[in-house]
Design a protein around this ligand. Structure first.
Ligand code: HEM
Length: 513
């Protein structure tokens, strides 16, 4: 039997290429004009494409027909919250197709959690460009036992002892940036979008926490500026070839710059620890742990391997942390009653001394601030979904099995805005986290801000601590006014969520008597 195979372009991670067999009758068409034959083949393929889509979709909500070849490509180029919400609200599971990749969107908590906790059936595949940008050999692409073991070693970088070390660095960097913001505001006091302001603060903090002073000032600036190229390449769909001028090509160049300096920092960290110095950053903490003869997980990590780990942390955190910070400032400005309570707590815990470095013990006492951070991340979760790839037919519900090779995308938004768990879900109410018996606290499974299962965010405590520290420092050291625009409450999606107007703030010093 004659059979020809047509492979449509793969848009995600290279490994989910969908192949469809053309029907055998194409090979035995009666002789006719070339045009007639071509038209028949094309028509057959288009009919087949629709049949495959409908066969996979079965009873799931979603378009009855998919747009030939490209499917919902246009929508995925310019994603909007409204578009996603429409999709999520169409059903607990719903179907779409983009470039013949069959995608199942999960909006219900039960299904989102099931995907994240079923490593036998599904594994993260991130966006199409992730492997090109992060390098395919990066640990985050490991799966199963190998992933669990590698990650166990990295958990040591987020112990309470390590977090204490990072906190002091974060405090210093935050105050330095505030001083710069105030100096700029003194020159021009008008409100300005803080998108880049927050991204720069966050990148500077990350680089100093991860690499200490092993990265010179000019290199930190270069990495921070170039990192935007990486963010803009994180679209669900990219041009498949990383040709010069494409977003992915630019992102790869940016990664090369960052990796060069991260490798340098790894080498310097090894030298510093070998010279007997106590750890002053994450890389040095890691080298110190590895050189302890009592440490059971000892193994060699090359400079390059360490740099890749640090790069994975930058990659996973830069956009999410910046989004969290921007919405933190915006929520506090728009809810003066909450800001007043944050200030009252800060003043109490700091005992009126605003120069005193913040310690972990002080952070432990800032319960209202922590509740506020949890709430801002709930109302505007920086990461609303994570694409996973189905490794083998996945019986996700009693009446539906996701076909192997498809993509499943657990969404977090509906879980975080479930009115049964978070009454008045759109409202910013930190108080809902203060009562241990509240439905928010008794349903921790709904709090999917950081995912769930084996790939759950490794930096949760670090992320909450840094967001809290920046907002706590800001509450006592700064005043800020939010210039509301018609776009302030509208969301734009650039890898993570941001206010469409970039959040226009006007900073001034909060002088203490
Ligand atoms: C507000 C800030 C952050 C948010 C909202 C966030 C959210 C997430 C989410 C949703 C995932 C995927 C979880 C899953 O698939 O179940 C993830 C994974 C990850 N995050 Fe975060 N994250 C944040 C900050 C950070 C920070 C600060 C770091 C590191 C310092 C970090 C490192 C990682 C890594 C390495 C992974 C992949 C883990 C794995 O595959 O084992 N994240 N994060």
């Amino acid at each position: 039997m004659a059979s020809s195979q047509a492979a449509f372009p793969s848009i995600f991670s290279g490994s989910s290429r969908v192949s469809v067999d053309s029907p055998a009758f194409i090979g035995i068409l009666p002789s006719g004009s070339w045009l007639y034959t071509t038209a028949t083949i094309v028509l057959s393929l288009l009919i087949l494409e629709q049949s495959v889509y409908r066969y996979k979709k079965r009873h799931l909500p979603g378009d009855k027909w998919t747009i030939p070849i490209i499917g919902k490509f246009a929508d995925s180029m310019k994603p909007t919250m409204e578009g996603y919400m429409k999709q999520w609200d169409s059903g607990a599971l719903s179907a779409i197709s983009v470039f013949n990749i069959f995608i199942v969107m999960a909006s219900a908590n039960e299904f989102s959690r099931k995907i994240l906790n079923s490593p036998t059936y599904a594994e993260p595949c991130l966006v199409h460009s992730a492997k090109q940008v992060m390098l395919a050999e990066n640990w985050v692409f490991l799966s199963g036992k190998e992933h669990v073991e590698y990650r166990r070693g990295l958990n040591l970088l987020f112990t309470r002892k390590a977090l204490g070390l990072y906190l002091s660095i974060q405090d210093v960097i935050t105050r330095t940036h505030f001083a710069k913001w105030l100096a700029e505001a003194a020159k021009d006091p008008s409100a300005k979008p803080v998108m880049m302001t927050m991204r720069n603060l966050n990148m500077d903090t990350s680089l100093r926490v991860f690499c200490g002073n092993h990265i010179p000032e000019h290199a930190a600036k270069e990495i921070s500026e170039k990192y935007w190229q990486i963010t803009t390449a994180l679209e669900l769909v990219n041009f498949p070839l990383a040709l010069p001028g494409t977003k992915v090509y630019n992102a790869i160049q940016a990664r090369k710059v960052a990796m060069k300096w991260l490798e340098f920092a790894a080498r310097k960290s090894k030298e510093s620890v070998a010279a007997g110095n106590p750890p002053e950053c994450m890389l040095e903490e890691w080298v110190t742990i590895l050189s302890d003869p009592a440490y059971k997980g000892r193994r060699e990590f090359s400079d390059f391997e360490m740099a890749m780990v640090v790069f994975s942390f930058l990659f996973a955190s830069q956009d999410a942390m910046s989004s969290g910070l921007i919405y933190g400032f915006q929520h506090l400005a728009d809810h003066p009653e909450v800001l007043a309570k944050v200030r009252e707590e800060q003043e109490r815990v700091r005992g009126g001394d605003y120069e005193k470095p913040v310690t972990l013990e002080m952070m432990d006492e800032m319960l209202y601030l922590r509740a506020m951070v949890k709430e801002t991340l709930r109302v505007k979760p920086p990461v609303t979904m994570v694409p996973y790839k189905v490794k083998k037919a996945f019986p996700i519900s009693e009446d539906y099995t996701v076909p192997s090779g498809s993509m499943v995308i657990p969404s977090f938004y509906n879980s975080l805005h479930d009115p049964g768990v978070f009454p008045e879900p759109e409202k910013f109410l930190p108080e809902r986290w203060l009562d241990p018996d509240s439905s928010a606290n008794t349903n921790p499974r709904n709090y999917l801000v950081f995912g769930s299962g084996p790939h759950k965010c490794i930096g949760i405590e670090y992320a909450i601590m840094n967001t809290a520290l920046v907002l706590g420092d800001a509450a006592v050291l700064l005043n800020w006014e939010h210039e509301l625009t018609p776009l302030s409450d509208k969301v734009q999606i650039i890898a993570t969520l941001f206010p469409q107007d970039g959040c226009k703030l006007k900073f001034s010093s909060r002088r203490h008597a």
